[in-house]
Design a protein around this ligand. Sequence first.
Ligand code: FAD
Ligand code: NAP
Ligand code: SF4
Length: 683
Amino acid sequence: MFPHLFTPLDLGFTTLPNRALMGSMHTGLEEKKDDLRALAAYFAARARGGAGLMVTGGIAPNRQGWLAPFGAKMTSGGEVRKHRNVTQAVHDEGGKICMQILHAGRYGMHPFLVAPSAIKAPISPFKPWKMSGRLIRATIHDFADAAARAREAGYDGVEIMGSEGYLINQFIAPRTNHRTDEWGGSFENRIRFPQEIMQKVREKAGKDFIVIFRVSMLDLVEEGSTWEEVEALALAIEAAGATMINTGIGWHEARVPTIATLVPRGAYAWVTKRLMGKLRIPLIATNRINTPEKAEELLREGFADMISMARPFLADPDFMVKAKTQRADEINTCIACNQACLDHIFRGKTASCLVNPRACREWELPSILSTRDHLQPSTVNRPPSTVKKVAVVGAGPAGLSASTELAALGHEVHLFEASVEIGGQFNLAKRIPGKEEFYETLRYFRKMLDKNGVNVHLNTRVTAEMLQAQGFEKVVLATGIRPRTPHIEGIEHPKVLSYLEVLQGQKQVGAQVAIIGAGGIGFDVAAYLTHEHGEQPSVAHYQQEWGIDPTYSQRGGVARPAAETPKRQIWLLQRSKGKVGEKLGKTTGWAHRLGLKARNVQMWNEVEYRRIDDEGLHIAIQGQEQCLQVDHVIVCAGQEPLRELQAPLEAMGIPVQLIGGAKEAGELDAKRAIAEGWEVAKG
Ligand code: FAD
Ligand code: NAP
Ligand code: SF4
């Protein structure tokens, strides 16, 4: 089905079995004090799942290059020994793996950070030290030494991280390189650092060693590179000995979302395509490519020679095996939410995946047992010795996860859902502009229910008596939530709508709208009401909205953002102090705020709600009374657990387990709901 994706790639001294690269992604397992066994199990699972080549998270070539204090580095024999666990586990599974060498430069989150010039990054609290010429030379050698050590550790190659605004990128771009010596000023001087790193790495690591160089092809910041410079750099890197060139998109400080759900699939493949035909070595396209269909299409249409996918392999280690064996519809698709991967990493937690709670826990779990004795997990969950007849009530993310996991263990599972379709609140989430991907999770679960033989009863609102009559030995209550109704005078007024009524399209919404509550749902409702519906977000539309210039007429490929003027005026309100939307995802919240701001949504905090009447919503802010003369007030004031079946079932002596919103509505999200469903099966 995917002939281009499964065409081997001949690199001269070695051949990759297919065109899928598992791109670099830091998981936090790199820093675990466990001889890297968890990291080994994580990569072994992806090698077994058929990734053509994998790249580790960023490993620093020296301490100054750390992303954070005590981050992973490759500077000693002890580190070489630990990494052998990773490479051996991957090779045992028939896979290939490169180690990424990443020097954070001014993005380091520690006081010893260095950069070509002493210019503070907006995303680090520390100002970097300007590198001396001597330190620059030493750093080039550190890159080469790290590559040689990677080879000693058994890696098939390295990836040199030259993009995303890290040290190498900081040398290349005039934005961050204000030097006047041989390392700054002219373009030739600015690219001397990456060129020499590439040459020295090749010299030290040998000819038959994969060296991928990640070139920042679109910086998305002012004073970034021009396209002519990108092309000249790529040619210079090829001449210096690179095996392949990977695409880097956007600096971390860029105010353009480049991998979030709202970014259309394959939105950056055009950048790689501009370079196709200019070099002799293979080029790799990246960013928001999450299905084998999209990867195949891009390869077929000549956008790249290979496709990099990072998060899609976190979501489903068996992505390639499933694609190869006509089971693409079984792939657990990455929905680009960042909630359990990047948000975790940026909060200093180990990564996982919202749709796949097993991710990064392979070491503890049965489905990814390694064949190698010394990598055997210590604790293994065994399938149940006795089959139980279990009822799962509610087919939202929690119930879907619990029922498929329980059925996979061999239990007789009946899933009851009051509505006519599975999905619970995900059926609302997928209607939000930019969240259409959530549909994929429902497609995946629909397939898993079928495959695992779950008995699905739609359109069935069960009662305790019904469950008792059917003789269930256990009931898992995944009945979710009910929206909270706040105590505000006039809350029964016809102007007041619940977010359910709005998102289900039950009520027409006027031109002036106040939203009570600025959590995830308040933001989503504001996005829903300020976008035209029915339209699939196109790449051109996204580029225009976020200021990306496909003609590359300016340095960095940036343009002036131009969002549409919405038909409605919206006020998004919260009672608490602090930034509106502060609790949104760490790596996506800023984009949600910026997106709504561009659509002229007014975001107000410290709001006291007085009353709602024919005139509108009466509020006070720091004692100042005013009335928002709105047509509608939409309530998005959080949720309360719906667990009315619990007490009668327990009174009948039937064991009940609560999961998802039914267990706890506060701080509920799909990550917790799916993980709790999965925990049910663990016992
Ligand atoms: P629910 O999804 O509420 O499912 C409960 C199910 O139980 C429902 O289908 C209901 O019909 C059924 N049910 C109830 N009583 C009975 C009964 N007696 N018999 C049979 N069936 C019954 N979360 C994120 O993590 N990221 C997001 O980006 C995100 N975006 C969202 C956007 C919107 C617009 C909304 C509304 C929610 C969003 N969420 C998001 C929240 C996420 O969808 C919820 O956290 C998650 O759905 C909770 O799962 P659950 O299974 O506990 O409950
Ligand atoms: P939420 O995030 O808890 O937000 C509820 C909002 O309502 C808050 O702004 C709160 O702010 C306000 N509020 C609470 N009680 C109130 C009251 N009595 N009167 C008036 N206002 C009140 O809940 P949610 O927006 O309903 O979202 C539910 C869950 O879905 C969340 O946990 C969220 O993680 C998840 N979700 C996530 C995303 C995402 O993009 N990651 C998107 C949608 C939903 P004040 O108390 O300051 O007024
Ligand atoms: Fe993809 Fe979300 Fe999983 Fe990250 S947490 S891998 S973005 S589905």
